[in-house]
Design a protein. Structure first.
Length: 434
């Protein structure tokens, strides 16, 4: 028992920084486009408002097509090799974005960036399933996905300064290089599974693998991916995540433009204001994931924040542009609420499907989220440019989050909202859950 407690502590301190940094770098290189779009890139490359919306969204089209193949490779072969190649490829593509001289090159690079980053999220979720038990998984997922709002927090400020003092080109180059460097740290530090970890003793590896195997007890067997993909719960979660992602990525990509338009501020000021919702989001994610693992409830920690986010977006719409600071406060609330449920949401699938298909199912759900992200980022950009204000965008994001909250409520609780501790003897495995 004491042995397993030490393993649990070492896993959190050794693995989570590696996972967090890797996903943070992926998020950095997909989200900084919004800052370039708000700071002169369109004029330099002769990009129309309609094409700018499409370019912002094009990343997610490449992202959509390669989610499931990436997850299958990670599950059947190697997370470690897949992430290494992806890090090198996206670091090169992200830096090349700062060197393009026409919109046509930008179209190709944005699409390919989506392709190589598509594998990151499903591969990382598979990776965490190799190392963390059900009772820990909401928190583990949250530390992974915290790379999203935490990156947005510092990237909003750094990107604003880089653009203000250098140019949007140097922003892309400077923010693409770290992925290339980190690829070699990842290769050196990341162990595929507990059996590969030289920092654990033989008895510790064995105890951890037994605890992970015990997690699979009581989960109904699923023969193959086709059967998993036809599951009513997987289909419902896919549609739910599609709607949720419309709100998230409409917000992420176009928040700098919305803020800059709101009070005619410069990019440094817009960067500071754009960072605040992500600080609130990081705190909300930690609180929600802790509560979800503590009470072993998932659904009850997903739909309420989404509903509150829908209300906040509608409030921003109702206030209009003449009440900028009140509207901005509601945007901070909406941002926090959209991010808060990620940990418990991605803990649902491994609790309703066995390990042989869970990664593929999570990838399918995430790929539908990518399709929603494509729709959200394109539609929000389009509505902002055609209407001249963000009011219609707020309505769109509010409606999308409302539908997402309703769909979460429709998810049958069996297998997700029951206690999920595996039916094993307490004295042997209890410590693995703390």
């Amino acid at each position: 028992m004491q042995n397993l407690t030490r393993i649990a502590t070492r896993r959190w301190w050794f693995l989570m920084p590696i996972v967090f940094i890797t996903y943070s770098l992926a998020y950095l290189d997909r989200a900084n486009y919004g800052f370039a779009a708000a700071s002169g890139m369109a004029q330099d490359l002769h990009i129309t408002p309609g094409l700018s919306s499409l370019l912002g969204a094009l990343f997610f089209l490449g992202y959509f097509f390669f989610q499931v193949p990436g997850a299958i490779y990670a599950e059947k072969r190697s997370v470690k090799k897949l992430i290494f190649v992806s890090l090198v490829a996206w670091g090169i593509l992200a830096s090349l974005t700062g060197m393009v001289d026409s919109a046509y090159w930008l179209i190709a690079i944005r699409f390919m960036l989506g392709v190589v980053e598509a594998v990151v999220m499903p591969a990382m979720l598979v990776y965490l399933c190799h190392w963390f038990t059900k009772a820990e998984r909401s928190r583990a997922n949250t530390f992974l996905i915290l790379g999203n709002p935490v990156t947005m927090l510092w990237m909003s400020v750094v990107s604003g300064y880089l653009i203000q003092h250098f140019s949007w080109r140097w922003m892309f180059i400077a923010e693409g290089a770290p992925a290339l460097i980190w690829a070699f740290f990842w290769w050196r530090l990341a162990d595929e599974k507990p059996a590969d970890a030289k920092w654990l003793r033989d008895d510790q590896r064995e105890a951890l693998e037994e605890a992970m195997a015990a997690d699979q007890v009581g989960i109904k067997p699923v023969k193959n991916y086709a059967q998993a993909f036809r599951s009513g719960k997987v289909i419902l979660l896919s549609v739910q995540y599609f709607c949720w992602s419309i709100g998230v990525y409409g917000f992420v990509l176009w928040l700098p433009s919305i803020l800059k338009h709101g009070t005619q501020m410069n990019m440094v000021e817009a960067g500071w204001l754009a960072s605040v919702p992500y600080l609130a989001a990081a705190l909300a994610m930690l609180a929600v994931s802790w509560g979800s693992d503590k009470l072993q409830q998932r659904k009850a920690f997903v739909w309420p924040p989404l509903l509150l986010g829908a209300v906040a977006f509608y409030g921003s719409y109702a206030l209009g542009t003449e009440h900028f600071w009140w509207s901005y406060s509601l945007l901070v609330l909406a941002g926090a609420c959209m991010y808060a449920p990620y940990g418990p949401f991605f803990a649902i699938v491994p609790e309703i499907l066995p390990a042989n298909v869970a990664g593929g199912a999570m990838a399918l759900i995430n790929s539908m989220g990518a399709l929603g992200s494509f729709g959200g980022s394109w539609l929000v950009g389009y509505l902002n440019s055609t209407t001249g204000n963000p009011g219609a965008s707020y309505l769109l994001m509010s409606a999308a989050l409302l539908i997402s909250a309703i769909l979460t409520l429709l998810l049958r609780p069996s297998g997700t909202d029951k206690a999920v501790r595996p039916p094993v003897t307490r004295h042997r495995h209890a410590a693995a859950h703390h």
